[in-house]
Structures are given as C-alpha cells and as structure tokens.
Design a protein around this ligand. Sequence first.
Ligand SMILES: Nc1ncnc2c1ncn2[C@@H]1O[C@H](COP(=O)(O)OP(=O)(O)OP(=O)(O)O)[C@@H](O)[C@H]1O
Length: 607
Amino acid sequence: MTEAAMAGAPPGNEASKPPDFFASLKLLMRHGGKAGPLLSISAAMATCAVALELVPVWAVWRLVTELVSGTATPAIFVTCAVAALVAVILGYLLMGLALGLSHVAAFRLIHALRLALARHLARLPMGWFAGRRSGGAKKLIVDEPERLELLVAHGLPEGISAGATWLAVTIWLFAVDWRMALASIVLTPLAFGAMFSAMGRNARMAGAYQTASERLNGAIVEYLAGMAVVKVFNRSGESLGETAGAVRDYAAIETAMGRAFVPRGALFYTLVGANICVILPVGMVLMQTGSLDLERLALFVILGANYSLPLMKLFNLFHNMAHISMASTLIEDVLATPAQPDTGVRIALPDHEIVFDRVRFGYEAGTEVIHGVSFTARDGKVTALVGPSGSGKSTLAGLIPRLHDVGAGRITLGGRDIREIGLDQLMEEIAFVFQDTVLFSGTIAENLRFGKPGATEAELQAAATAARAHDFIAALPEGYDTRLGEGGAALSGGERQRLAIARAILKDAPVIVLDEATAFADPDSEAAIQAALSELSRGRTLIVVAHRLHTIMGADRIVVMDEGSVAETGRHEDLLAQGGLYARLWADYTAAQAIPLRGGRTMETTR
Ligand SMILES: Nc1ncnc2c1ncn2[C@@H]1O[C@H](COP(=O)(O)OP(=O)(O)OP(=O)(O)O)[C@@H](O)[C@H]1O
C-alpha cells in the first residue's frame, strides 16, 4: 500500500508511481475465486487450438517433401487436406470455447472486484474521499476493473497457448537441426526486447496518463452536472479552463504514449514475422556446405517461418499492459487502505444521550475547525445547533455518525465512546438527514427502503404520511413505484427533503440528526416538515442544525457555535435575554425575514 493511499491523498498522487506489473496477478489470485479452474481449462483448450493451427503448416511441409522426393500420391494429398481441414475446424471450436470460458472467468473477477471495492469504499473514512472528484471514484469502480478483461479473457489463454506451443515447437526444431532452429528464433528475443522497451516507456508515463484520465473524468462529470450553470452563463466546454485543460492534457499524454509505443510495437510485429529473412540465407549456406538436406530446409522454411506468428496475438496485451497494471495497482492500493476502525461490538446502551466532550477536529492536518467543543444533547430532547455560516454546525453533526473521527476529545452515546460501538450498531442507532438530500436513481419505494430494507408497503406509507410526503407521492403517475432520475431530479427541493425525512422515520432510529432539513422547503411544505419533525422527534434524541431560527425556537437546548467553539447554550428565551451572539443572530434573522425590494415589495429569504 502506498503512503498516498494511507494518507487518503487524491488519486493523482497515487498514480504518479509506476505500475506494478504483477498487481493484476495478485488481484486474480486474491479475488479470482472460481476463476482459476476455468482459466486453466481455457488455457489448455487454447494451447490445443494453437497447436492445431500448426497442422496445416505441417500438411504443406509434408506435401512439399513428398513432391520433392517424388512420392506424392492423391491419397497423401487427400489425407493432408482432410487433416488440415479438421484441424482448422477443431482449432476454431476449441479457441471459441477457450475464449468463452476465459470471458466468464474475467467477468466473474470484475464482478468480484467491483463488489469488493464498493464494500471497502463504504468502510473507508470520509477523509479518504476528500479531494477526490466523483469522476475519479466512479472510474475506480467502473473502469479500472474493466481493464482486467483484456488480460484475463484474452491475455492469459492466448499468452499461455502461444507461449507453450512456441516452446514445444522450438524444442522440436532444435531436435531436428539446432543451427536452423537458432536461425528460426534469433529474431524473437529482439522482438521481445523492442516490446519490453515500449512497455517500459509506457509504464513510465502510466502515472501521468492515470492522473490525466482521472482529471478528465472528474472535469467531464462536473461539466455535465453543472450544465444548467453553463447554459445560463452562455459558456461552452472550451471556455471552462479546467475542462478544456483536462481534455488537452489527456490528448497530449495519449499522443506521447502512442509516439513512444508505435515504433517499438511495429518493430516487434515485424521481427516476430521475419524469421524467414534469417532462415533462408542460413539454410542456403548450410545446403551449399552439404550439411542440410532439402527436406529439412523445407521444414524450416514452412514451419520455422510461421510458428512464432501466434505470439503476435500478444501485441494488443503488451500494448495495454501498462494501463492494466496501473489499474490493478490502484485497485490493490485502495483495497489495502485501512478501513475506518470498527470494534464490531454491540453494546446495550442505557439511554441515547449524546455528549461532546472537549472535541477537537480538523478536515486537514494542521487546520483545526472545531476547538474543544463540549455540550450535552439530552436523551429524548431536541438540541439545536445554530451559528454563523462556517461556525462548524454541519461538522459537529457529521461527527456523530462518525462520518469523520474526532481529532481529540470524545463523543459518547449512552455513556459509551462512539468509537467503542460497532459501526453497524452505531448506524442503526442514528438516522441522518443531510443538508443536500441524496436520492438514488430507482423508485421512490426503493429510496425509502434505504432506511429499512425489509419495510412493508404499509410501513412505507405510514412513514411517508408522517413526513407529509404521501400525498405528493400518491399524486405521481406510478405512486411509490415512480422512478426518480439521477439524484431525484424530477422532484422539488421540498419534496426531496420530505422523502429524506420519511426515510429517516422509516429507519426508526433512537437518534436523529437533521442538517438544515427545511432549507429548501417552501413555506407550505416547511410547515408540513415541521409537523413531520415534531412527530419524528417524539421520544427520540434529536439534533437539528438550523439557520431558520424560528424552526428551533421550541428546542430544549440551543447550542450557539462561533468559529468552531461553543459561544453560548440555553433555551430561546434565555439566550435572547442574555443579549449575546444568539440575540444578534435572532435580530438579523427577523430583520432579514422581510427585505424590502424596489417598490416596497418584500422577499422571503432562506437564511
Ligand atoms: N469537507 C471539508 N473539507 C475541509 N474543510 C471543510 C469541509 N467542510 C467544512 N469545512 C470547513 O470547516 C468549517 C466549518 O464548516 P461547517 O460546514 O461545519 O460550518 P457550518 O456552520 O455548518 O456552515 P454553513 O452554515 O455555511 O453550512 C468551515 O471553515 C469550512 O470551510
């Protein structure tokens, strides 16, 4: 595992090291599972198929020698022709089967790797994702495992079969005449020398290629996600410096890799097929000295000249080996990144009181954003976090379900440090409604069941009704089976939030953390959400991050944050009476409720 992976640095840093050419094999051995036997059978079949490809060559040699010695008969012609035909048909069948099996093995491996990556990513600390663009993460799960298809489905069966057949025929040719055998293989090591040199050059550029490719992916994903902004500002892809730069850099590195590879790759291709250029002159000289007969010369001219050709099948594999190895190295690194520490222990909690005890935290080393925060969110009560923008409210909320771990101090739930409680249990204890409502592509019912996978129709409806979401869901063409676009784009902000609340209600967790739950709601749906929330909060420990201060006027305790520290705590009336930061925030808030527009019109503000 790289240090970069340990530190959770952006992929670009990991990619700057050269690829490990054995990383793919390590992945295959660790995650291949049942792929091993399939691949062995596939390689054996492919070896037979390649050996059969040599039968027509052998048939031609046989006929030539019979013709030269004057012993050719129609029966020999027919035998050779039938043998060649049968061998060709059988060879195609075997190769087809071999490739079929190797593809099954490859897809199983890719499937296993994607699952392993997806499971492992869900267990990594959020800090690992910081600085990573969504395009890069998608590439890691979707594109990188895909690269192994070429190696497993083609490279291994074709490589093993071509290599094994080449070795067997070489030994045979050496047994027939070592001098001519040498002439037949002398160019092959040179060909591989050229190929390895090309691979080495590509390997040196593979890190830069990976970085450029990830940057391109990230830039394109952001460009598409921000299409509305691109349109309203009437800009195009080229005018976005990052997107244009990413496309240019990617093209440049691809071109550089092509330039480095093409001449050497072409040399490999030429040298593998050029045996005849050595066989003929050497054969002529040996014939003239009387140490080689015509029959043997014919064998080398026909067989020796052609038997290396199956090695050409490896060209495509060699060409892509740097990329494949780079992808495997990145997958290996991610899978080796330590997961978030998890005791896995289930603990019986006496209550669900949450205590922040001198908590310090920073997203990046050396930059602390929470400076020794202490407060208690009492069991079954509503605790509100308020404060100016950037004061650390969302950060505190995110520390409760361990989206990040505290740097110093501790957070307890029911008297136990949340790091002692197994992550599975902790996630069961807490429902979190995010500031940006995350809905997945799929039906509304599937999105709701994210809170409770086995929930019945009745439970779904009850949760949606409590979240004041049932009516708008029922009005949709397919009700709960209505599919949402990516991120639930077809719903309004208020509707999305009510779905998120329904999901939290369905989860029925004793602790609820709401981050700006009413931020996108219109006044009508805000009232509905408030009603849903008071229902949700009954008997539960509720922590609400709020900007709309009127929504938390009734909170049991308000914690006022200022620049990462607690400025004051208390109930609404007490804090107003104190005349401190909360009183100032309240004054600003109530004043901002009615900002005069030109002509005396007023505007409802969100904050
Ligand atoms: N993912 C992050 N990486 C680095 N710094 C972050 C990250 N998220 C927040 N911060 C920083 O942490 C500090 C607290 O941010 P936080 O979002 O918790 O404040 P907030 O009070 O919730 O703000 P707002 O009301 O605007 O949502 C800010 O200085 C912010 O820039």
